[in-house]
Design a protein. Structure first.
Length: 498
C-alpha cells in the first residue's frame, strides 16, 4: 500500500510537470509488440536463452509468449543548446509479458511486468518509482555475460530511486571530471520472506572530457537486503521471534556498513551484531576507454565483495574482467562486425577457505548465500548477480546429488565468455554468445572434481522489407557439459515497433 501511494504521488507530479512545459516539443509515446514461441528440452532451457532476460523466460519447458510495451521518453527540444537545467520533464514505461504453456512452478507466473514505472526529470536529476529493467556497473551492457552484483537476470521489483541517468560534468574542473550517482529503496515483493527491503546506492566518476580520446572510470555499487519475517527463522539464533531488524537506527547501520552499536538487543540477535545487519553485495568497478577514429575499446573490471574482507580486497582477483570492441564504421562490406566482448569471471578465492570470527577478515565469503535469507542474493528463484552463479534448481540431478552448499551450491567458478555482434549488408543482424566454465562448488561443499560446462547461442534479427519497424528473430542455443542437463532450444518471434 505504501508503494502504491508513492507511485500515485509520483503520477500527480508528472501531470503537474506536463502543464509547466510550454516551450518544448512533446515526444510521442512509442509502442512495441512481440509474439513468439520457445521450444527447449523439457528438463532445462539453455543458459543463454534465459539468462539476463529479466526473468521473463521460464527455466524449463516450451511455451508461447506475447510481449507488449509502451514508453514515453523525455521530450527533445528543437534547439538543444538552449536547454535549461531546471526544466521539468516526465515519462513512463510499461512492458508486459504473458507466457502460455510453460510448466507452472514457484515464481513462474503466466503474466509478468518487467517495466511498470513513472519518472520525473529536473535538469540532470531523475526520480522514478516502480519496476524498471536496469543493470548497474561498468562494462558492456549489450553482450556481457552478466554484471557481478546487479545483472538484469531476475525480474525487476518495486523501487523508488533518485539518480543521475547520465554522467554530470563538474564545471569547476572544465568538464574533465564527471560523476554519476544513485540512491534507492526497494521492496522484495511476493517472495519467500515477508516484508524484506532493498537498500541500493552507487557512485561513479569519469576522468576525461567528453571529447577526450582516453577516459578513466571508477566507482562502486552497494546493495543490501534487510528486514523481513519468516517462519523458518522462528526459534533460531538468527532472528528475534522470526523477525529481522527494521528500525531507523538499523537502517543507518546497514547504509553505512558499520556494525550496530549493540552486540544484541530486543530487535536482533548476536548474528547481526557480529556480522552486520542485512545481506550485503556489491562491486568496486574500474574501466579505461580508448576512442579511435575507427574503433572504440573499453577495458573493465568489477571486483565483487560480499563482506568486509572483499571490501578490503582480500579476495583478489575475484570478479569480472572484460574487454569490449566497437566498430562505428559503416562500410560496403558484405558483413561488418559491430561489437566484440571477451570476459573472464573468477570467484574461487573468496578471501580464503577458512572462516574465523576472531580475526578481522574472516574468509570463506560464500558469495550470494546467506544464513538469514535462505535463498540468498536472488529474487523469485533467479540470481540477482552474475547468472554464471546459478541456483541449485538449474543443475543436473548428478550435481544435485552432492548435498549442502546452500541455495547457491556452486559459487566458486572460473568462466571464459565471448560475445559478438555484426550485420550483413543486405541481411540480418547476427549475435553469438559462448561460455565455458569450471565449477568447484563452495568451500562448505567441494565437488569431488571440477564440473565443466559449455553453453552457446546464435541469434539473427531479420528486418522485413515492406514492413517498417518489423523484425523476425530466430535463435538457437545449447548446453553441453556436466553442470546442467544437456539441452537444446530455439526461439522464433515477430516484433513490431511504432
Amino acid at each position: 500500500m505504501r508503494f502504491l501511494c508513492l507511485v500515485g504521488s509520483l503520477f500527480f507530479l508528472t501531470v503537474c510537470s506536463v502543464q509547466a512545459q510550454q516551450n518544448q516539443l512533446k515526444s510521442p509515446v512509442r509502442f512495441n509488440a512481440e509474439v513468439g514461441a520457445l521450444t527447449a528440452t523439457p528438463a532445462h532451457t539453455p543458459l543463454w536463452l534465459s539468462a539476463n532476460q529479466y526473468g521473463i523466460v521460464p527455466p524449463r519447458g516450451s511455451f508461447g509468449t506475447l510481449r507488449v510495451g509502451m514508453q514515453r521518453d523525455y521530450a527533445v527540444q528543437s534547439d538543444s543548446t538552449r536547454r535549461k537545467k531546471s526544466r521539468l520533464d516526465w515519462g513512463f514505461g510499461v512492458y508486459a509479458v504473458a507466457n502460455v504453456g510453460a510448466p507452472r512452478q514457484d515464481y513462474n507466473p503466466a503474466l509478468l511486468l518487467p517495466d511498470a514505472y513513472l519518472k520525473v526529470k529536473l535538469g540532470w536529476l531523475e526520480f522514478y518509482g516502480g519496476n524498471r529493467r536496469e543493470v548497474i556497473g561498468l562494462g558492456d551492457t549489450v553482450l556481457t555475460s552478466g554484471f557481478v552484483a546487479w545483472s538484469g537476470n531476475a525480474i525487476p521489483f518495486p523501487k523508488i530511486q533518485l539518480h543521475t541517468p547520465d554522467y554530470v560534468s563538474l564545471k569547476f574542473t572544465e568538464a574533465r571530471l564527471a560523476i554519476k550517482a544513485g540512491y534507492a529503496h526497494g521492496w522484495f515483493a511476493n517472495t519467500y520472506i515477508q516484508g524484506s527491503y532493498l537498500h541500493q546506492k552507487y557512485l561513479y566518476g569519469r576522468l576525461g572530457k567528453p571529447s577526450a580520446k582516453v577516459r578513466l572510470y571508477a566507482g562502486l555499487n552497494h546493495q543490501v537486503q534487510w528486514g523481513g519475517r519468516a517462519d523458518y527463522l522462528v526459534g533460531t539464533p538468527l532472528a528475534v521471534n522470526g523477525t529481522l531488524p527494521t528500525s531507523f537506527s538499523d537502517y543507518l547501520s546497514l547504509v553505512s556498513g558499520h556494525y550496530p552499536e549493540d552486540l544484541q538487543n530486543s530487535r536482533f540477535t548476536g548474528f547481526d551484531g557480529e556480522n552486520r545487519i542485512g545481506n550485503h553485495v556489491g562491486s568496486y568497478d574500474i574501466a579505461l576507454e580508448w576512442k579511435r577514429p575507427k574503433s572504440n575499446w573499453f577495458l573493465y573490471h568489477q571486483h565483487i565483495y560480499d563482506d568486509a574482507s572483499g571490501l578490503a580486497l582480500q579476495n583478489l582477483p575475484d570478479g569480472l574482467t572484460g574487454l569490449r570492441f566497437l566498430n562505428p564504421q559503416k562500410t560496403r562490406a558484405a558483413f561488418r562486425v559491430q561489437r566484440l566482448v571477451l570476459e573472464w569471471l573468477s570467484t574461487t578465492n573468496q578471501s580464503g577457505p577458512t572462516f574465523d570470527q576472531r580475526i578481522r577478515y574472516q574468509g570463506r565469503d560464500n558469495y550470494f548465500n546467506h544464513s538469514q535469507y535462505r535463498e540468498g542474493w536472488s529474487y523469485r528463484g533467479r540470481t540477482l548477480g552474475t547468472p554464471l552463479i546459478t541456483p541449485r534448481s538449474d543443475f543436473s540431478p548428478y550435481v544435485n546429488s552432492f548435498a549442502g552448499g546452500g541455495f547457491f551450491p556452486n559459487n566458486r567458478v572460473v568462466a571464459w565468455y565471448a560475445g559478438a555482434g555484426g550485420v550483413f549488408r543486405n541481411g540480418p543482424t547476427v549475435t553469438a554468445r559462448a561460455s565455458y566454465s569450471r565449477n568447484f562448488g563452495t568451500y562448505n561443499q567441494h565437488y569431488p572434481r571440477p564440473f565443466h560446462q559449455f553453453s552457446t547461442l546464435v541469434s539473427a534479427q531479420w528486418p522485413l522489407a515492406g514492413w517498417p519497424g518489423t523484425v523476425l528473430t530466430t535463435s538457437v542455443a545449447l548446453d553441453r557439459g556436466e553442470l546442467f542437463t544437456n539441452s537444446i532450444g530455439s526461439y522464433l518471434s515477430l516484433r513490431k515497433s511504432w
